[in-house]
Design a protein around this ligand. Structure first.
Ligand SMILES: Nc1ncnc2c1ncn2[C@@H]1O[C@H](COP(=O)(O)OP(=O)(O)O)[C@@H](O)[C@H]1O
Ligand SMILES: [Mg+2]
Length: 393
């Protein structure tokens, strides 16, 4: 039952505890009613046109593979039209790759000697689209055939939410905290879950992750180093993935820094506004100070790339375009060419904790969908290109 009587509390801590408790009850009841008993995310199927596009082949070629029997028919055929699950598309990749003369054409992931790519999205401005960009990147890469691990370093758990973990409801369960905590850490492998999205695994965040900040302060006092916590955890699973995508909290604390230390590449998402520009400047300045501390201990972080990503871009808004131009003038190639366009399609999808890859084109105004999808694809493709370059291709 939801308690609605006025709160009678003595101290401030009792007051806030009661507030938290009422909110939790309301949240649990509401969410349970809305989603229970069978709330679980599932990924839609993809049309033959989409499947061919994702595979980088023509529809005709794909049909030929089916008639020759080299690629099995998808499970779902309606009215003579084929619909593919993401898992079936991945399987088609595997088959095509084994018969392809060009290695990596269908399975672009790591090869012998390529190092794991760890891409961290960070900026301490909330709302700079870190989480939205992270999950779109994860979905893009997974659909392209990469093995992706999403690491949610934000105790608020938005990235985990996108992956179908309801941190508001599920207070316990494994999380990245268990892998990086100082006392009795759990093996990283046991802190990772498979998501409903083929090719994407997740090390989820839960509220407890915020404890890492205080515990680090205490441990540092005892001379225990914090910055390699995530690096060590990742090193135990590195063979299983091509790319790790880290979403960061809106703060430059120990969580972000342990991510930065593990990262082989950094992306700073930024909304083009005067306020965001000013806060990004502060963020970079603070980052620089921390990097100096790392370097003074003899640690040199060599990131394959350190780039800005313009997010929620609105080409019709002149003041924002002046900021985009300024960023490009200042940093040239370090500003990713493609931008994340501001789009109601992305805003609406994210309210449902979905990406543009999950909603169906037929569920939206086509032009709105296409614009958003093209923009997210372009960002994903450019970052994938940077990863390939880091692998020397
Ligand atoms: N391209 C976009 N178009 C429209 N809305 C967006 C876009 N990218 C992000 N948003 C919205 O902006 C808000 C902040 O994004 P979020 O990814 O949560 O930022 P952060 O993780 O940096 O705090 C969210 O409500 C999200 O839906
Ligand atoms: Mg976020």
């Amino acid at each position: 039952m939801i308690e609605t009587a006025p709160i009678q509390a003595g101290t401030q801590s009792e007051l806030t505890r009661e507030m938290a408790s009422r909110l939790q009850t309301a949240l649990t009841t509401h969410l349970m009613q809305a989603y229970a008993p069978d709330y679980s995310k599932a990924l839609r199927t993809f049309s033959a046109t989409e499947a061919a596009e994702l595979l980088g082949v023509t529809g005709q070629f794909l049909r030929k593979c089916h008639s020759e029997g080299s690629i099995p028919e998808p499970g779902e055929i309606r009215g003579g039209r084929r619909f593919y699950t993401a898992a079936e598309i991945r399987e088609a990749r595997r088959i095509l790759e084994s018969g392809s003369r060009k290695p990596g054409k269908y399975m672009p992931g790591r090869r012998e000697g390529d190092k794991l790519q760890v891409i961290q999205l960070m900026n301490f401005k909330g709302g700079s689209a870190k989480s939205t960009s992270s999950i779109h990147l994860c979905h893009y890469l997974a659909l392209q055939g990469y093995r992706v691990l999403a690491v949610d370093l934000d105790p608020q758990g938005s990235l985990s939410g996108f992956c179908g973990i309801q941190t508001e409801l599920e207070f316990d369960g494994v999380s990245i905290y268990d892998a990086i905590r100082y006392e009795d850490p759990v093996p990283m492998r046991d802190c990772i879950i498979e998501t409903y999205f083929p090719g994407l695994h997740l090390a989820p965040a839960r509220l407890i992750l915020s404890e890492f900040e205080t515990e680090t302060a205490i441990s540092a006092g005892r001379g225990v180093s914090f910055f390699d916590r995530l690096t060590s955890a990742l090193s135990t699973v590195e063979q299983d993935y091509d790319i790790v995508v880290i979403d960061s909290p809106p703060a430059l604390g120990f969580l972000t820094l342990t991510g930065l230390y593990a990262a082989t590449a950094v992306i700073v998402p930024m909304t083009p506004s005067m306020l965001d520009l000013a806060s990004t400047q502060q963020f970079i300045e603070m980052t620089s100070a921390y990097l100096e501390v790392f370097e003074s201990t003899g640690v040199n972080l060599n990131h394959d790339f350190f780039s800005f990503l313009i997010t929620r871009d609105d080409p019709s808004d002149i003041p924002s375009q002046q900021i985009v131009s300024l960023m490009r003038a200042l940093f040239q190639d370090r500003v990713i060419h493609a931008t994340g366009l501001r789009s109601t399609a992305i805003g609406d999808a994210s309210m449902l904790k979905m990406t543009i890859y999950e909603v169906a084109r037929s569920d939206m105004t086509r032009t709105t969908y296409d614009r958003a999808r093209t923009s997210m694809d372009a960002v994903g493709a450019e970052i994938a290109g940077m990863v390939q370059a880091a692998w020397g291709r």
